[in-house]
Write a protein that binds this ligand. Structure first.
Ligand code: MN
Length: 308
């Protein structure tokens, strides 16, 4: 009888695993990890092209391509030396029931946050950010929002479950401080007179020096705790075609990553990347962009420990 020899796993694509080739851990509460990754395969609040329920799977798959690099450019250190993460798989909710998603996601987040852990969530459509904000505000109090998007998502019209209305409700419910919240990359109609948020629209963000934009974001947020949400449609469709509501004239992935990296030093207590819809993607570039944004978000957190 021969025994099978266990070889070192140098092949990136062998086996089954979570974000960044982390083992899946379906018991996040008892995990040793500080940051818990959750996928939310929900797209029932989508107004345009649906399909972001397949986002978490696509982002995890794309993240394989980012798992080998250590230390990672331009950070120069190894993420796992400073940050422990676990992927707890996807949130389970009743199929076709947006109310149940809302309650289940909020509860999932509340339990994890109450354990002193923090969350990186992969969407799913952008509506998932509302129950996440409810849970985070319960744990941390009202927050500043840093919101990358082509759309302000603060419309007061729309159904109960609508991925264009979350930040209208978040203000109304007292979950976020609008005056110290900033929306980056907007290029659909907004009215700076009437919106309570600081809007850095795509015209400004594509032209201004990155350092200037970063300084203004830090000034706007001031000392407050932050929830960071990144709708992948903030990127131009050239960089992120695989999304429900693409809008031309967006950011390059390079500029967006520079801006995300510039957020280090802020007290970011929760983060998500949403709206990847792989059916409209080309060559997986949207999922890769989302995985890269998510990874650099984790690096911001690790870099914060490096400074201490
Ligand atoms: Mn959007």
């Amino acid at each position: 009888m021969t025994t099978l020899e266990k070889k070192p796993d140098f092949s990136l694509y062998s086996n089954a695993f979570g974000f960044l080739r982390q083992p899946l851990d379906f018991d996040p509460i008892n995990s040793d990890a500080e940051w818990i990754v959750t996928g939310v395969p929900f797209d029932l609040a989508t107004t345009g092209r649906s399909g972001s329920r397949f986002g978490p799977e696509a982002i995890r798959k794309a993240s394989i391509n980012l798992a080998w690099e250590s230390p990672r450019w331009p950070w120069g250190f190894r993420l796992k030396d400073y940050l422990s993460i676990a992927d707890c798989g996807d949130l389970v909710f009743e199929a076709g029931n947006a109310s149940d998603l809302c309650e289940s996601l909020q509860l999932h987040a509340e339990v994890i946050l109450a354990e002193g852990k923090r969350m990186l969530t992969l969407g799913g459509d952008h509506f998932i950010t509302l129950p996440l904000l409810r849970a985070h505000a319960r744990q941390f109090g009202p927050l500043s929002l840093i919101h990358f998007d082509a759309h302000t998502d603060d419309y007061d019209e729309g159904g109960v479950f609508d991925h264009g209305t979350m930040f209208y409700h978040a203000v109304k419910e007292g979950l976020i401080y609008p005056e110290s919240s900033v929306q980056i990359g907007i290029r659909t109609h907004y009215d700076q007179e009437n919106t309570p948020f600081q809007v850095f629209d795509a015209g400004y963000v594509n032209e201004a020096p990155v350092t200037e934009i970063i300084d203004r974001v830090h000034m706007t947020v001031a000392h407050r705790s932050v929830y960071l949400t990144f709708d992948i449609d903030c990127l131009d469709p050239a960089y992120a075609p695989g999304t429900g509501t693409p809008v031309c004239g967006g950011l390059t992935s390079d500029r967006a990553l520079q801006l995300v990296r510039g957020l280090q030093g802020l007290d970011i207590v929760g983060m998500d990347v949403v709206e990847v819809a792989p059916a409209y993607d080309s060559a997986g570039i949207t999922a890769l962009a989302a995985a890269t944004v998510a990874l650099d978000m984790l690096y911001i957190q690790a870099a914060g420990k490096l400074d201490r």
